[in-house]
Write a protein that binds this ligand. Structure first.
Ligand code: RP5
Length: 162
């Protein structure tokens, strides 16, 4: 098993049905990752330790998902220099607006790359692009993937035109 390059963390295992899409995207590109529950509110010390140790453990990108008062991505970004991608997880009330605003409204100096509500697939793909900056093969694979998307969109147009 290769050393994980991406850490997928979430506030609760109840976030996994949303966050799983990030893992699937990384698998499609052959990017090694780890996944864990690291709750900002229920295990704050462990959460800080995760962020502080992420880089020395070999991680290069962190994907953090949380719902409600979703402080996990921002708090991790405050204790690591690695890029953090935030995934707002929608809960029963407020349609994910609470999660989105909690994650996206970061103070200047502490960025979190926030994707759409429940946008874990894009979080995985963005992590691939980040890693691709220093990995030519990964960059080429991403370009192929984009060409596939284009072909699929064109096929839809062709079907519609009849
Ligand atoms: C947040 O509280 C988690 O990220 C999750 O979205 C939400 C609910 O957690 P559980 O009560 O399902 O454990 O911290």
């Amino acid at each position: 098993m290769s050393t994980p390059l991406v850490g997928i963390v979430m506030g609760s295992d109840s976030d996994w049905p949303v966050m799983e899409a990030a893992a699937k995207a990384l698998e499609e590109f052959g990017v090694p990752y780890e996944k864990d529950v690291v709750s900002a509110h229920r295990m704050p010390r462990e959460m800080i330790a995760y962020g502080e140790q992420a880089e020395s453990r070999g991680l290069r990108v962190v994907i953090a998902g949380a719902g409600g008062a979703a402080h996990l991505p921002g708090m991790l970004a405050s204790v690591t220099a690695l890029p953090v991608i935030g995934v707002p997880v929608p809960l029963k009330y407020l349609d994910g607006m609470d999660s989105l605003l909690s994650i996206v409204q970061m103070p200047a100096g502490v960025p979190v790359a926030t994707v759409s509500v429940a946008g874990a697939r894009n979080a995985g793909l963005l992590a691939v692009r980040m890693l691709g900056v220093a990995d030519e093969k990964l960059r080429a694979r991403m370009a192929e993937f984009q060409a596939e998307l284009k072909a699929q969109a064109e096929a839809k147009g062709a079907r519609l035109r009849g």
